[in-house]
Design a protein. Structure first.
Length: 318
């Protein structure tokens, strides 16, 4: 088990270094000059050159990358070119909003997806499967922004069930905070529930036709025990992988939803930074999101050792 975890951690560290290189190069490939933005369009070349020297943009790219990597390891991402605020503070304020939304949406997606996938696998070829598959088809087909607009129009403005926009921290006011997050979490959760449902159904159908499941049924075990203990549990390797990937995508893909519902998350910060060519903020945000994605996948890999004893014995996933 330790060998398996160490191997995955080493792979994650290499991936993170490669991601930092891509982030550094990609940000500098954006059109526009942050020094000109900061100094002003009417500034003379001397003023622009002074700003470039202050930001370290006049040095060679390898030196800039080494400075960026060294500072990132200590959590120092510099200051925003646009506002002068420390980037670390900006991320500390906005990231919890996105994480709360992503986790809430993922809980909704897992509940709906695993339940729907199990029902579709157990009632294969009958109307419950058709109903569940129809729901997943709609969830995969409807764009998130359109679903968000419909939710605001009907559930917020029309019925008044949820606030149309705004944010209240669940840590300050738990019930009110959940009320503000419920509608955007539903919008995100329904889309990702469709993916979880399809993968759960596919894995469950394969598992329920396996020899060990037929043996369990032949021994006279209750149908619920066969489905939950033998069917669902042995399908969790695939389902856990999908859930981990979807959670990473949720954290990285909340930009549109946060914009629709006026949430002060990291998605809004990303858009504002891109429009203003704010290099330090863009680098930090993308690196933090990529790191979150890598860490989530590492945790999913570690979960394999809990779900599947074969991983603990062999030291590698099968």
């Amino acid at each position: 088990m330790l060998q398996y975890v160490f191997h995955r951690a080493w792979q994650s560290a290499v991936t993170l270094v490669l991601v930092s290189l891509v982030v550094f190069a990609g940000v500098r490939a954006l059109p526009g000059d942050p020094a000109t933005v900061m100094a002003g369009q009417q500034a003379d070349p001397a003023a622009v050159a002074a700003v470039r020297a202050e930001l370290g943009l006049d040095r060679s790219l390898p030196v800039q990358y080494l400075d960026f990597a060294r500072n990132a390891l200590t959590g120092d991402f510099g200051r925003s070119i646009r506002t002068g605020t420390p980037v670390r503070h900006m991320i500390r304020v906005t990231l919890p909003v996105t994480v709360q939304l992503a986790v809430y949406a993922m809980l909704i997606a897992v509940l709906i997806g695993v339940l729907g996938g199990t029902i579709a696998a157990v009632y294969r070829g009958r109307w419950p499967e058709w109903l569940v598959n129809g729901f997943s088809l709609v969830g995969l087909s409807v764009p998130t922004f359109w679903l968000g607009i419909l939710g605001v129009f009907y559930l917020s403005v029309g019925l008044g069930w949820f606030p149309a926009s705004g944010y209240v921290s669940p840590f300050d006011h738990p019930l009110r905070g959940l009320h503000f997050l419920t509608l955007p979490a539903l919008v995100l959760g329904v889309t990702h529930a469709a993916v979880v449902q399809r993968q759960t159904r596919s894995s469950m159908v394969e598992t329920l036709t396996a020899d060990f499941v037929r043996t369990a049924r032949a021994k006279g075990l209750a149908p619920r025990t066969v489905i939950l203990r033998y069917g669902l549990r042995n399908s969790l390797i695939v389902v856990t992988t999908v859930i981990g990937l979807q959670l990473g995508l949720l954290i990285a893909g909340t930009v549109v939803t946060e914009r629709i519902f006026g949430l002060p998350g990291i998605g809004k910060l990303t858009l504002d930074s891109v429009f203003s060519r704010d290099y330090p903020v863009i680098q930090a945000v993308v690196l933090v999101i990529a790191t979150s994605y890598i860490v989530i996948n590492l945790l999913v890999d570690v979960l394999y050792t809990v779900i599947d004893p074969r991983v603990r014995v062999s030291g590698r996933a099968r």
